[in-house]
Every structure is written in structure tokens, then in C-alpha cells.
Design a protein around this ligand. Structure first.
Ligand SMILES: Nc1ncnc2c1ncn2[C@@H]1O[C@H](COP(=O)(O)OP(=O)(O)OP(=O)(O)O)[C@@H](O)[C@H]1O
Ligand SMILES: [Mg+2]
Length: 283
């Protein structure tokens, strides 16, 4: 069964006189399977956040409908099943991080003990252990994002709708977030994320969809969409120059064109992780 279905979603924003202004979604259809990590990609203003807001019942579509585990968005059953991280932080500035999580836990029906236990575990998991007693108003953007994600995790929902979860995170934080998303997927949770950082989507999503002007352009698995046809990449070690030259000669004899051969570069991300390593206190 699909966990999240968007069926012909259409949404036009109008000004206060009712004049047509912007068509944010234009017949969007998507179906996200249970246990899937699904990425929604597209330029600024393409309708990603609007689609998410419809899924959680914050906006009503003009036409079409969304279903969460076959429940109507905004219904109690849908709200209980869904964890939503909005694009902008919606944290209360005067609460501490720990109080924020306990409050969110209490609102979702957890007992006092469960609230305290889960809040501490999540502060630790999201790298906020030391900041648990600090007020949110002093938090950096990335710390607020981490706390927002911890808040979504308090209720342990089935479906996660995360609007740019890595925005404002440093590369180690972004790596942690990817790890967390994969852990959630491993527990059978369904996760829909949007991000402009394509490297992040690439490492975690099973499928992605491309939106433009509220319309679906393409969707598919990363393998389907990104596989280059007609080429093969071979990586060998150790880098023995004689053996490599022999391999290249063999390739030429067999009529292959060598498009690339040389010492590969690490990505800047993996180098950053090597240099700055894990956070202080991590084993
Ligand atoms: N409340 C609103 N009132 C008027 N127009 C809106 C409103 N919310 C969104 N829009 C418009 O709808 C379109 C889609 O916006 P949306 O926020 O869904 O895009 P997005 O894909 O999430 O963009 P970004 O990548 O910048 O977050 C934009 O043109 C935006 O200006
Ligand atoms: Mg958005």
C-alpha cells in the first residue's frame, strides 16, 4: 500500500480580492511507498513546500487530494501518523531544548517518563546533549534545525515529511542527518524530503521526483535516472603504473576509448569529514 498519495493536486494562491496570482501546483500526482525515502526536487517556487503543507493539512488544495496512510490530511489519524518538519523553524524561543522536546512529547500523548527518556535520547542523538538546558532563542540556525528534527522524532510517527532538513547544517550535521534518515528507513518508516543539496538526496533517496512550476517533470529511482549508458568505470588498487599501462594498452587493442584514467579526487565532503572528524565526545 502507498503511504502517501498525491492525486491531481492543484493549488492557486490568490490575492485578497480573489484575483488569480500564482499556480503553485498544477495536477501533481505522486505515490510514495511504505518504507521508501522519496526526494522532491525542483527550483525555488516549484511547489515543494506547498505540496508538503497540503499533505499535513495546513493548506487545502483547489482540486485533487492527498492521502496519508489512506487518511485525509489534517484528520487525527493522519496527524498521529505524520511527523512534519516545516521549512522555517517554529520553535518557542523561551523554552530550553529539553523543555521543547518534553512539550512536544506531551502533546503527542507520551507519559511524563517517556517524554523525559526520549527527550534525553534524542538530544544525544542529534548532537545537542550539551545544549539541552539552553534556551532555543540563543541557538544557531543549524542547532535549531537539529532540535526541529528531534521534535519530529519525539512521537515516533510512521511517515516523515521533512522540508529541507539539512538546511543550515554543517557537513557533519548533514552527514548525521543522512544517517538518521537511513536508520528511519531501516525501521520501515516512510520519509519524504526536499533539499536543494543534491548530494544529500543522492545518498539517501530510493526515488526522486522533479517538480517545475507545480508540475511533475520526471520521477524514478536514482539508478534509472542517473545510469550512464554505454560506458564502464573501473577502479583498481594499488595504483601500480606498469599494471595500469598494461590495462590501458589492452583496452586500446580491444578498440575501447579511454575517457578517463588517473588518480581520483576525494569529494570535498569526504575530505571535510576526514579533517574535522567526528564531533567532540564521539568514539
Ligand atoms: N501563502 C502563499 N501566498 C501566496 N503565494 C504563495 C504562498 N505560498 C506559496 N506561494 C507561491 O507558490 C509557489 C510555490 O511555492 P513553494 O513554497 O511551494 O515553493 P518551493 O518549491 O517550496 O520553493 P523553495 O525551494 O524556495 O522552498 C511560489 O510561487 C510561491 O510564491
Ligand atoms: Mg520550500
Amino acid at each position: 500500500m502507498a503511504a502517501v498519495v498525491l492525486d491531481n493536486l492543484t493549488k492557486t494562491f490568490r490575492d485578497f480580492l480573489g484575483r488569480r496570482r500564482v499556480r503553485a501546483l498544477d495536477g501533481l500526482c505522486l505515490s510514495v511507498h511504505k518504507g521508501e525515502v522519496f526526494g522532491l526536487l525542483g527550483p525555488n517556487g516549484s511547489g515543494k513546500s506547498t505540496a508538503f503543507k497540503i499533505c499535513v493539512g495546513l493548506l487545502r488544495p483547489d482540486a485533487g487530494q492527498a492521502r496519508i496512510l489512506d487518511h485525509a490530511p489534517g484528520s487525527l489519524a493522519a496527524r498521529m501518523a505524520t511527523g512534519y518538519l516545516p521549512e522555517e523553524s517554529t520553535l518557542l524561543p523561551h523554552l530550553t531544548a529539553r523543555e521543547t522536546l518534553r512539550l512536544l512529547g506531551a502533546l503527542s500523548g507520551l507519559t511524563r517518563q517517556e517524554c523525559a527518556r526520549r527527550a534525553d535520547a534524542l538530544l544525544e542523538r542529534l548532537g545537542l546533549k550539551e545544549a539541552g538546558a539552553r534556551r532555543v532563542k540563543g541557538f544557531s540556525k543549524g542547532m535549531q534545525r537539529r532540535l526541529g528534527v528531534a521534535g519530529v522524532l519525539m512521537a515516533d510517527p510512521q511517515v516523515f515529511i521533512l522540508d529541507e532538513p539539512t538546511s543550515g547544517l554543517d557537513p557533519l550535521g548533514a552527514r548525521d542527518m543522512k544517517q538518521l534518515i537511513l536508520e528511519l528507513a531501516g525501521k520501515g518508516k516512510t520519509i519524504i524530503i526536499s533539499s536543494h543539496l543534491l548530494g544529500e538526496i543522492e545518498n539517501v533517496c530510493h526515488r526522486v521526483a522533479f517538480l517545475n512550476q507545480g508540475r511533475l517533470l520526471r520521477q524514478g529511482t536514482l539508478d534509472e535516472l542517473l545510469r550512464e549508458q554505454g560506458v564502464h568505470e573501473l577502479r583498481v588498487s594499488p595504483a601500480d603504473p606498469g599494471a595500469v599501462a598494461a590495462l590501458e594498452n589492452l583496452a586500446r587493442e580491444r578498440g575501447l576509448r579511454i575517457e578517463k584514467s588517473g588518480v581520483p579526487l576525494k569529494t570535498l565532503e569526504s575530505f571535510y569529514v576526514d579533517v574535522l572528524g567526528k564531533r567532540a565526545g564521539e568514539p
